[in-house]
Design a protein around this ligand. Structure first.
Ligand code: MSP
Length: 662
């Protein structure tokens, strides 16, 4: 029987000389889904690649005294190296500089021109080079790029236009009739309300002011707009527009495009319009994932907060990094990256829960039975529940994986791991061994644990490509029938006389103190200051002192003031901190991010009163550790001479959060 096909893509990456763990996130997630589908018997096509054209690349190459192609060749080699280190199992890597892609894009452009979907006119507007995006005057925010906040350039040139506006109603209708098409659902509302309903303008799809791109075949002074070039990759990579389009016929439409949230707009508006114009079916799903952030800021080279994935993989191993990325961050939402959280996950989930379970089990079978369980085994009263949890876990994991809820799927697997550890505590092998008549009960208990480990090892395969084989070695099986995905639903497949061979710990514990010493050092000063502030009950004398200090406050220049970034935040949850008299732990929505901000205001505001308030926050304050957790910013408030406190806020109750104040 022919296998069912599954076509999944990542965005194609801009050649950046500073790849960071944020870039890896999208690709690791896509890889996990591709691996899962392969394990489930699908014929998978996993596409990734590089998006190499555009003015930005032309300028970088120029600055480095090299050609754009020589520059991108070098960077693409580092992409491939990183994907190899992260065990990314892509089936095809497309470069937009590949000859077949160039030719196919030229054909697409020509066809759209011939049929009247592209026409020639004049473009006057604004262009953000880092984002390679055109904007109209009214789309700019404070005269800057609405996506990245950087300077835009005025461009006026002859240009070809794509009749995007013609497809507006069809796209809205499509989205409304297919509410599952764009995931998570909130992204769909955002596209409809913010872009589609206000009205689409025709899109400038060629440039004449630079040369690094695909020339319009019939008007070579024009270069095809990079997004038209880039989006086409999903079909050209499969041979669309070439002599051999068999892969295209087999795999299109794609089952899912996995993309970061900032490029959902291109994938859910421009791309469907292009496909409609080409009379091709739309991709079945678009999943817009969130960002990996550091202290609330998107990890990016220009912010200077990037975390090097090569270093992380080298230090902690690829499986630990992949596990962390997909476990810590709910797919679709933003998630914070910190070394501390990473090490904690490695120690608690991987070394303690999973690693320990495997080595303990192999160790006991070795110690109590010389490495092989006897055939005589007798059930215990605890078996039924463990077996039941294993069965339920298998079902739930599949359900979550189908929806790409990776963190939830891992959570289910870990429920079984923890249940198995609990089963060991219930059956108490170390007591059973003391009673010669209970050897059969002991053997059965250890068998059940080993069988549960087998099931776990199969389910973690999409996430952790290397760990399963290490586990199989310890519980005496090899990849094959016993490790096939479908066997997770059948309890008892493992040979009852399991023969183990205890190996090295699969995830050695990390000395968190040692690892974090460096980081701690830097944080210490800030921490000491903040703790002192929080615990100090300001006496009247202290107050007077403070007032005197205030009087001495020096004048600052406008430049000093501009260093402070004030933003509107919406408090979405708030709770009292147990061990503190003053502190509330608030979760504040600031635009797309959610930040934890502690504030010493619980004498004046209850958590219930805080929720829903629009507050003013200092957004670029260095994070401070309070009560064992970082606080990302400060909520502003004023205190009068009688000690009454009032929060600083905006005077419109539903004012948009994330807006900068100045
Ligand atoms: N070239 C375009 C995509 C064209 S697709 C037809 C592009 N490239 S990119 O290199 O800037 O980004 C590639 C992917 O990496 C995007 O999905 C983007 O969201 C993702 N990430 C880049 N930084 C990220 C984080 N900090 N966190 C999570 N993903 C992020 O966009």
């Amino acid at each position: 029987m022919e296998k069912e096909k599954f076509y999944i893509t990542t965005p194609i990456y801009y050649p950046s000389d500073k790849l960071h763990i944020g870039h890896s996130y999208c690709t690791v997630a896509t890889d996990t889904m591709a691996r899962y589908k392969r394990l489930r018997g699908f014929d998978v096509m996993f596409l990734t690649g590089s998006d190499e054209h555009g003015q930005k690349i032309e300028r970088i190459a120029e600055a480095q005294n090299t050609t754009p192609k020589a520059y991108t060749d070098k960077i693409v080699a580092t992409f491939k190296d990183l994907w190899q280190k992260l065990d990314i199992s892509y089936d095809k890597f497309i470069r937009t500089t590949d000859d077949y892609h160039v030719k196919a894009v030229q054909k697409i452009f020509k066809r759209l021109y011939d049929q009247g979907d592209i026409y020639k006119s004049e473009y006057e507007g604004w262009y953000c080079t880092p984002c390679e995006t055109f904007f109209t005057e009214h789309q700019l925010v404070d005269g800057k790029c609405p996506d990245c906040g950087r300077e835009v350039e005025k461009v006026k040139e002859e240009s070809y236009f794509f009749r995007l506006s013609k497809y507006q109603d069809r796209i809205i209708k499509y989205m409304e009739e297919n509410p599952e098409w764009l995931q998570p659902a909130t992204r769909q509302n955002e596209m409809i309300n913010n872009f589609l309903k206000p009205g689409l303008e025709d899109l400038a799809v060629s440039r004449t002011s630079f040369t690094w791109g695909i020339p319009v075949e019939f008007d070579p002074g024009h270069i095809v707009y990079v997004w038209v070039d880039a989006l086409s990759n999903y079909i050209t990579a499969m041979g669309y527009g070439s002599d051999d389009d068999s892969l295209f016929k087999k795999f299109w439409p794609a089952d899912v495009h996995v993309v970061g949230k900032e490029i959902v707009r291109f994938h859910s508006i421009i791309w469907p319009a292009m496909l409609m114009a080409l009379d091709l079916p739309l991709p079945k799903k678009i999943f817009g994932h969130g960002w990996l952030v550091i202290n609330g800021n998107k990890m990016s080279k220009s912010v200077g907060n990037v975390v090097d994935p090569f270093v992380l993989v080298e230090k902690y191993g690829v499986d630990a990094i992949r596990y962390f990325l997909l476990r810590e961050i709910a797919f679709g939402q933003d998630g914070n990256f910190s070394n501390e959280a990473l090490i904690q996950r490695i120690n608690s989930d991987l070394a303690n829960d999973l690693g320990n379970l495997v080595s303990r089990t192999a160790g006991m079978i070795e110690k109590y039975f010389g490495g092989k369980l006897p055939a005589e085994q007798k059930e215990t009263e605890f078996d039924a529940d463990l077996i039941n949890v294993a069965k339920e876990t298998a079902e739930k994991v599949e359900e979550k994986m189908e929806k790409m809820l990776f963190s939830d799927a891992l959570n289910e697997i870990w429920t079984l791991i923890r249940r198995t550890n609990k089963y060991i505590d219930e059956t108490q092998p170390w007591i059973l061994i003391k009673d010669e008549t209970k050897k059969d009960v002991l053997a059965n208990a250890l068998y059940n644990v080993a069988e549960s480990i087998r099931i776990v090892s199969i389910m973690i395969q999409p996430f952790m490509p290397n760990t399963p084989a290490l586990i199989w070695k310890q519980i005496g099986i090899t990849e094959g029938e016993m490790t096939a995905w479908d066997t997770i639903k059948t309890w008892g497949l493992l040979d009852r006389q399991v023969a183990v061979s205890k190996g090295e710990a699969i995830f050695p514990r990390i000395d968190i103190k040692k690892e974090l010493a460096e980081l701690e050092e830097a944080m210490k000063a800030a921490q000491a200051a903040s703790v002192a502030n929080q615990t100090k009950e300001a006496s009247k004398e202290d107050k007077k002192e403070e007032e005197k200090e205030e009087e001495k406050v020096p004048e600052i220049t406008i430049d000093d003031f501009l260093k402070v970034q004030l933003k509107v935040g919406e408090v979405i949850s708030s709770e009292k901190v147990q061990k503190s008299k003053k502190l509330l732990r608030n979760v504040v929505k600031v635009g797309d991010e959610e930040r934890v901000i502690f504030s010493g205001i619980s004498q004046w505001y209850t958590p219930e009163e805080m929720v829903g308030k629009r507050v003013i926050i200092v957004a670029n304050l260095k994070p401070r550790k309070m009560m064992g957790e970082y606080s990302y910013g400060m909520i502003l408030a004023a205190e009068d001479s009688d000690g009454n406190l009032s929060l600083a806020t905006v005077d419109k109750p539903d004012f948009e959060s994330g807006v900068e104040i100045g």
